[in-house]
Design a binder for this molecule. Structure first.
Ligand SMILES: [Zn+2]
Length: 362
Protein backbone atom coordinates (compact mmCIF):
# COMPACT_ATOMS: atom_id res chain seq x y z
CA UNK A 1 0.00 0.00 0.00
CA UNK A 2 2.89 2.29 0.84
CA UNK A 3 4.39 1.79 -2.61
CA UNK A 4 1.12 2.28 -4.44
CA UNK A 5 0.44 5.50 -2.52
CA UNK A 6 3.79 6.85 -3.59
CA UNK A 7 3.39 5.78 -7.22
CA UNK A 8 0.00 7.47 -7.35
CA UNK A 9 1.28 10.40 -5.26
CA UNK A 10 -1.77 10.53 -3.03
CA UNK A 11 -2.00 13.81 -1.12
CA UNK A 12 -4.09 14.35 1.98
CA UNK A 13 -4.47 15.49 5.56
CA UNK A 14 -5.78 13.91 8.75
CA UNK A 15 -7.37 15.41 11.82
CA UNK A 16 -9.15 14.40 15.02
CA UNK A 17 -12.88 13.85 14.52
CA UNK A 18 -13.69 16.94 16.58
CA UNK A 19 -11.53 19.45 18.43
CA UNK A 20 -13.05 21.79 21.01
CA UNK A 21 -11.36 24.23 23.37
CA UNK A 22 -12.51 26.68 26.04
CA UNK A 23 -11.88 27.76 29.59
CA UNK A 24 -13.88 25.53 31.92
CA UNK A 25 -14.84 23.13 29.12
CA UNK A 26 -14.50 20.05 31.32
CA UNK A 27 -17.82 21.08 32.89
CA UNK A 28 -19.43 20.04 29.58
CA UNK A 29 -17.77 16.62 29.43
CA UNK A 30 -21.06 14.71 29.47
CA UNK A 31 -22.83 16.92 26.94
CA UNK A 32 -19.91 16.79 24.51
CA UNK A 33 -19.25 13.06 24.91
CA UNK A 34 -22.71 11.46 25.01
CA UNK A 35 -23.05 11.17 21.23
CA UNK A 36 -19.98 8.89 21.27
CA UNK A 37 -20.90 6.79 24.31
CA UNK A 38 -22.52 6.96 27.72
CA UNK A 39 -20.52 4.39 29.68
CA UNK A 40 -17.05 5.84 29.96
CA UNK A 41 -13.83 4.12 30.98
CA UNK A 42 -11.69 7.01 32.21
CA UNK A 43 -7.89 6.73 32.38
CA UNK A 44 -6.43 9.48 34.58
CA UNK A 45 -2.88 10.77 34.69
CA UNK A 46 -1.45 9.67 38.05
CA UNK A 47 -0.17 13.20 38.79
CA UNK A 48 -3.64 14.77 38.56
CA UNK A 49 -5.98 11.86 39.26
CA UNK A 50 -7.71 13.37 42.27
CA UNK A 51 -8.48 16.73 40.63
CA UNK A 52 -9.55 15.07 37.37
CA UNK A 53 -11.93 12.64 39.06
CA UNK A 54 -13.71 15.50 40.84
CA UNK A 55 -13.91 17.72 37.74
CA UNK A 56 -14.89 14.92 35.37
CA UNK A 57 -17.55 13.56 37.71
CA UNK A 58 -19.11 17.03 37.87
CA UNK A 59 -18.75 17.47 34.09
CA UNK A 60 -20.28 14.09 33.29
CA UNK A 61 -23.55 15.08 35.00
CA UNK A 62 -26.42 12.73 34.16
CA UNK A 63 -25.25 12.34 30.56
CA UNK A 64 -22.56 9.72 31.00
CA UNK A 65 -21.50 7.23 33.69
CA UNK A 66 -17.78 7.04 34.38
CA UNK A 67 -15.47 4.48 35.98
CA UNK A 68 -12.06 5.89 36.96
CA UNK A 69 -8.69 4.19 36.58
CA UNK A 70 -5.37 5.79 37.50
CA UNK A 71 -2.62 5.44 34.90
CA UNK A 72 0.60 3.81 36.07
CA UNK A 73 2.85 6.46 34.52
CA UNK A 74 4.25 4.65 31.48
CA UNK A 75 2.64 3.85 28.12
CA UNK A 76 3.97 0.29 28.09
CA UNK A 77 2.50 -2.96 26.78
CA UNK A 78 2.00 -4.04 30.40
CA UNK A 79 0.00 -0.90 31.22
CA UNK A 80 -2.10 -1.25 28.06
CA UNK A 81 -2.83 -4.91 28.80
CA UNK A 82 -3.76 -4.22 32.41
CA UNK A 83 -6.18 -1.42 31.51
CA UNK A 84 -7.63 -3.30 28.52
CA UNK A 85 -8.41 -6.25 30.84
CA UNK A 86 -10.16 -3.90 33.27
CA UNK A 87 -12.12 -2.31 30.42
CA UNK A 88 -13.25 -5.76 29.25
CA UNK A 89 -14.51 -6.53 32.75
CA UNK A 90 -16.74 -3.47 32.77
CA UNK A 91 -19.62 -2.48 30.54
CA UNK A 92 -18.14 0.43 28.60
CA UNK A 93 -18.71 2.07 25.22
CA UNK A 94 -16.21 4.94 25.22
CA UNK A 95 -12.68 5.47 26.60
CA UNK A 96 -11.70 8.87 27.99
CA UNK A 97 -8.03 9.64 28.55
CA UNK A 98 -7.08 12.69 30.62
CA UNK A 99 -3.57 13.93 31.34
CA UNK A 100 -0.17 14.13 29.67
CA UNK A 101 1.14 12.30 26.61
CA UNK A 102 1.74 8.89 28.15
CA UNK A 103 -1.70 8.59 29.76
CA UNK A 104 -3.31 9.81 26.52
CA UNK A 105 -1.36 7.41 24.31
CA UNK A 106 -2.28 4.53 26.61
CA UNK A 107 -5.95 5.52 26.41
CA UNK A 108 -5.76 5.61 22.59
CA UNK A 109 -4.47 2.04 22.48
CA UNK A 110 -7.00 0.76 25.05
CA UNK A 111 -9.86 2.31 23.05
CA UNK A 112 -8.50 0.72 19.89
CA UNK A 113 -8.27 -2.68 21.62
CA UNK A 114 -11.87 -2.30 22.80
CA UNK A 115 -13.16 -1.08 19.44
CA UNK A 116 -14.83 1.96 21.04
CA UNK A 117 -14.48 5.74 20.48
CA UNK A 118 -11.78 7.72 22.29
CA UNK A 119 -12.06 11.11 23.98
CA UNK A 120 -8.77 12.89 24.73
CA UNK A 121 -8.48 15.56 27.44
CA UNK A 122 -4.94 17.01 27.46
CA UNK A 123 -4.03 18.69 30.76
CA UNK A 124 -0.82 20.18 29.35
CA UNK A 125 0.06 21.53 25.88
CA UNK A 126 3.60 20.12 25.90
CA UNK A 127 3.52 18.34 22.54
CA UNK A 128 1.37 17.76 19.47
CA UNK A 129 0.54 14.15 20.37
CA UNK A 130 -3.10 14.55 21.58
CA UNK A 131 -4.66 14.94 18.11
CA UNK A 132 -2.63 12.26 16.34
CA UNK A 133 -3.40 8.62 15.59
CA UNK A 134 0.07 7.68 16.76
CA UNK A 135 0.88 6.11 20.13
CA UNK A 136 4.46 5.73 21.35
CA UNK A 137 4.87 2.53 23.35
CA UNK A 138 7.74 2.44 25.85
CA UNK A 139 9.63 -0.38 27.51
CA UNK A 140 9.49 -0.59 31.30
CA UNK A 141 13.00 0.95 31.44
CA UNK A 142 11.67 4.13 29.78
CA UNK A 143 13.18 3.63 26.31
CA UNK A 144 10.95 3.64 23.22
CA UNK A 145 9.77 0.16 22.17
CA UNK A 146 7.85 1.12 19.03
CA UNK A 147 5.47 3.59 17.37
CA UNK A 148 1.95 2.24 17.06
CA UNK A 149 0.00 3.62 14.12
CA UNK A 150 -3.71 3.45 14.91
CA UNK A 151 -6.35 3.42 12.17
CA UNK A 152 -8.17 6.53 13.43
CA UNK A 153 -7.36 9.85 15.01
CA UNK A 154 -9.12 10.55 18.33
CA UNK A 155 -12.88 11.01 17.97
CA UNK A 156 -12.95 14.02 20.26
CA UNK A 157 -10.18 16.19 21.70
CA UNK A 158 -11.50 18.37 24.52
CA UNK A 159 -9.11 21.05 25.79
CA UNK A 160 -9.97 22.95 28.95
CA UNK A 161 -7.59 25.91 28.83
CA UNK A 162 -8.18 26.73 32.51
CA UNK A 163 -6.50 23.40 33.34
CA UNK A 164 -3.70 23.91 30.79
CA UNK A 165 -3.05 27.44 32.12
CA UNK A 166 -2.61 26.09 35.65
CA UNK A 167 0.11 23.64 34.57
CA UNK A 168 3.76 24.78 34.82
CA UNK A 169 4.69 27.12 31.96
CA UNK A 170 7.63 24.88 31.10
CA UNK A 171 5.18 22.44 29.51
CA UNK A 172 3.66 25.15 27.34
CA UNK A 173 7.18 26.21 26.29
CA UNK A 174 8.05 22.63 25.34
CA UNK A 175 4.86 22.45 23.27
CA UNK A 176 6.00 25.60 21.46
CA UNK A 177 9.29 23.82 20.73
CA UNK A 178 7.45 20.87 19.22
CA UNK A 179 5.19 23.26 17.27
CA UNK A 180 8.26 25.18 16.05
CA UNK A 181 9.51 22.08 14.26
CA UNK A 182 6.22 21.54 12.43
CA UNK A 183 6.69 24.26 9.80
CA UNK A 184 10.37 23.55 9.13
CA UNK A 185 9.86 19.81 8.85
CA UNK A 186 6.74 20.09 6.69
CA UNK A 187 8.62 22.53 4.47
CA UNK A 188 11.54 20.11 4.15
CA UNK A 189 9.14 17.26 3.32
CA UNK A 190 7.37 19.42 0.76
CA UNK A 191 10.57 20.45 -1.01
CA UNK A 192 12.01 16.94 -0.84
CA UNK A 193 8.66 15.49 -1.98
CA UNK A 194 8.88 13.09 0.95
CA UNK A 195 5.71 11.40 2.21
CA UNK A 196 4.39 11.78 5.77
CA UNK A 197 4.49 8.90 8.25
CA UNK A 198 1.31 7.46 6.71
CA UNK A 199 2.92 7.16 3.27
CA UNK A 200 0.87 9.95 1.69
CA UNK A 201 1.98 13.41 0.65
CA UNK A 202 0.86 16.50 2.53
CA UNK A 203 -1.98 18.41 0.88
CA UNK A 204 -1.63 22.17 0.33
CA UNK A 205 -3.87 22.59 3.40
CA UNK A 206 -1.35 20.69 5.55
CA UNK A 207 1.40 23.14 4.63
CA UNK A 208 -0.86 26.13 5.24
CA UNK A 209 -1.62 24.77 8.72
CA UNK A 210 2.10 24.34 9.42
CA UNK A 211 2.83 27.90 8.33
CA UNK A 212 -0.04 29.31 10.38
CA UNK A 213 1.14 27.27 13.38
CA UNK A 214 4.54 28.97 13.16
CA UNK A 215 2.99 32.41 12.75
CA UNK A 216 0.88 31.96 15.89
CA UNK A 217 3.70 30.84 18.16
CA UNK A 218 5.97 33.61 16.89
CA UNK A 219 3.29 36.23 17.49
CA UNK A 220 1.86 35.01 20.80
CA UNK A 221 4.35 32.58 22.36
CA UNK A 222 6.04 34.93 24.81
CA UNK A 223 2.76 36.51 25.94
CA UNK A 224 1.16 33.09 26.38
CA UNK A 225 3.98 31.99 28.69
CA UNK A 226 3.69 35.16 30.78
CA UNK A 227 -0.05 34.52 31.07
CA UNK A 228 0.57 30.87 31.95
CA UNK A 229 2.77 32.06 34.85
CA UNK A 230 -0.35 33.78 36.19
CA UNK A 231 -2.65 30.80 35.49
CA UNK A 232 -4.47 33.06 33.06
CA UNK A 233 -6.20 31.46 30.06
CA UNK A 234 -5.80 34.68 28.07
CA UNK A 235 -6.53 35.08 24.33
CA UNK A 236 -2.76 34.66 23.60
CA UNK A 237 -2.66 31.46 25.63
CA UNK A 238 -5.79 30.17 23.87
CA UNK A 239 -4.15 30.74 20.47
CA UNK A 240 -0.87 29.10 21.48
CA UNK A 241 -2.61 26.09 23.00
CA UNK A 242 -4.48 25.60 19.72
CA UNK A 243 -1.18 25.95 17.83
CA UNK A 244 0.66 23.48 20.07
CA UNK A 245 -2.06 20.84 20.06
CA UNK A 246 -4.26 21.13 16.95
CA UNK A 247 -2.21 23.00 14.34
CA UNK A 248 1.07 21.31 15.17
CA UNK A 249 -0.67 17.92 15.36
CA UNK A 250 -2.39 18.19 11.99
CA UNK A 251 0.69 19.88 10.52
CA UNK A 252 3.19 17.19 11.46
CA UNK A 253 0.91 14.25 10.83
CA UNK A 254 -0.13 15.44 7.38
CA UNK A 255 2.85 17.56 6.33
CA UNK A 256 5.59 15.18 7.41
CA UNK A 257 8.49 15.07 9.85
CA UNK A 258 12.20 15.42 9.07
CA UNK A 259 15.53 16.60 10.48
CA UNK A 260 14.52 18.31 13.73
CA UNK A 261 12.89 15.15 15.08
CA UNK A 262 15.75 13.06 13.65
CA UNK A 263 18.17 15.07 15.77
CA UNK A 264 15.78 14.75 18.74
CA UNK A 265 15.96 10.97 18.34
CA UNK A 266 19.76 11.27 18.22
CA UNK A 267 19.90 13.37 21.39
CA UNK A 268 17.75 10.78 23.19
CA UNK A 269 20.64 8.32 22.84
CA UNK A 270 22.36 10.23 25.67
CA UNK A 271 21.36 9.82 29.32
CA UNK A 272 22.21 13.52 29.78
CA UNK A 273 18.95 14.65 28.14
CA UNK A 274 16.48 12.42 29.99
CA UNK A 275 15.27 15.13 32.34
CA UNK A 276 14.40 17.37 29.42
CA UNK A 277 11.07 17.47 27.63
CA UNK A 278 10.46 16.30 24.06
CA UNK A 279 9.85 19.81 22.71
CA UNK A 280 12.99 21.20 24.36
CA UNK A 281 15.11 18.67 22.47
CA UNK A 282 13.14 19.22 19.26
CA UNK A 283 13.94 22.97 19.46
CA UNK A 284 17.66 22.11 19.46
CA UNK A 285 16.94 19.94 16.43
CA UNK A 286 15.35 22.89 14.60
CA UNK A 287 18.34 25.14 15.35
CA UNK A 288 20.83 22.46 14.24
CA UNK A 289 18.95 21.90 10.97
CA UNK A 290 18.94 25.62 10.17
CA UNK A 291 22.74 25.60 10.65
CA UNK A 292 23.04 22.51 8.44
CA UNK A 293 21.01 24.23 5.72
CA UNK A 294 23.20 27.33 6.02
CA UNK A 295 20.18 29.53 6.84
CA UNK A 296 22.11 31.85 9.14
CA UNK A 297 19.53 34.66 9.22
CA UNK A 298 16.65 32.30 9.94
CA UNK A 299 18.80 30.54 12.54
CA UNK A 300 19.35 33.82 14.38
CA UNK A 301 15.65 34.67 14.18
CA UNK A 302 14.64 31.28 15.57
CA UNK A 303 17.38 31.36 18.23
CA UNK A 304 16.11 34.73 19.50
CA UNK A 305 12.56 33.40 19.41
CA UNK A 306 13.60 30.35 21.45
CA UNK A 307 15.15 32.66 24.05
CA UNK A 308 11.92 34.66 24.20
CA UNK A 309 9.84 31.52 24.85
CA UNK A 310 12.27 29.94 27.34
CA UNK A 311 13.46 27.20 25.02
CA UNK A 312 17.09 26.04 25.07
CA UNK A 313 19.42 27.46 22.43
CA UNK A 314 22.50 25.37 23.22
CA UNK A 315 23.26 21.83 24.30
CA UNK A 316 23.72 22.72 27.98
CA UNK A 317 20.04 23.72 27.88
CA UNK A 318 19.13 20.05 27.32
CA UNK A 319 21.62 18.71 29.88
CA UNK A 320 24.67 18.09 27.68
CA UNK A 321 27.50 19.94 29.42
CA UNK A 322 30.50 17.86 28.35
CA UNK A 323 30.23 17.13 24.65
CA UNK A 324 32.72 14.35 23.84
CA UNK A 325 33.46 13.06 20.33
CA UNK A 326 31.94 9.74 21.37
CA UNK A 327 28.66 11.41 22.36
CA UNK A 328 28.61 13.45 19.16
CA UNK A 329 29.13 10.33 17.07
CA UNK A 330 26.29 8.48 18.81
CA UNK A 331 23.85 11.35 18.36
CA UNK A 332 24.85 11.96 14.74
CA UNK A 333 24.67 8.29 13.74
CA UNK A 334 21.21 7.85 15.24
CA UNK A 335 19.98 11.11 13.68
CA UNK A 336 21.03 9.87 10.24
CA UNK A 337 19.83 6.28 10.68
CA UNK A 338 19.35 4.77 7.21
CA UNK A 339 15.73 4.84 6.05
CA UNK A 340 14.68 7.08 8.95
CA UNK A 341 13.18 10.59 8.92
CA UNK A 342 16.42 12.54 8.25
CA UNK A 343 15.99 11.31 4.68
CA UNK A 344 12.93 13.55 4.34
CA UNK A 345 15.30 16.53 4.15
CA UNK A 346 15.80 17.94 0.64
CA UNK A 347 19.59 17.55 0.88
CA UNK A 348 21.57 14.52 1.97
CA UNK A 349 22.49 15.05 5.62
CA UNK A 350 25.49 13.06 6.87
CA UNK A 351 26.52 12.31 10.48
CA UNK A 352 29.49 14.67 9.96
CA UNK A 353 27.14 17.52 9.10
CA UNK A 354 25.03 16.84 12.22
CA UNK A 355 28.15 16.68 14.41
CA UNK A 356 29.44 19.96 13.01
CA UNK A 357 26.14 21.72 13.66
CA UNK A 358 25.95 20.38 17.22
CA UNK A 359 29.50 21.56 17.95
CA UNK A 360 28.33 25.07 17.09
CA UNK A 361 25.51 24.65 19.62
CA UNK A 362 27.82 23.38 22.41
ZN1 LIG B 1 7.30 16.01 18.34
Amino acid sequence: MHDTAQTMKITGARFPGRYIQATGLIARLGVETKSLGTKGFAILDCALAEMLEIEMTAGAGDDIALSFHTHGGECSEEEVEKLTALAKDGEIDVVIGAGGGKALDTAKVVAHNMGVPIVIIPTIAASDAPCSALAVVYRTDGTVAYDLFLPRNPDLVLVDTAIVAKAPARYLAAGIGDALATFYEAESSRIAEAPNCWGTYGSPLAFEIARYCRDVIFADGAQALADCDNDNASPALERVVEANILLSGAGFESGGVAGAHAIHHGLCELDDVHHHLHGEKVAIGVLAMLLIHGQQEEYERVRDFCTSVRLPTDLSGVGITDLTEDKLARVAERACKPGDIMHNEPVKVTPDMVAEALRKLA
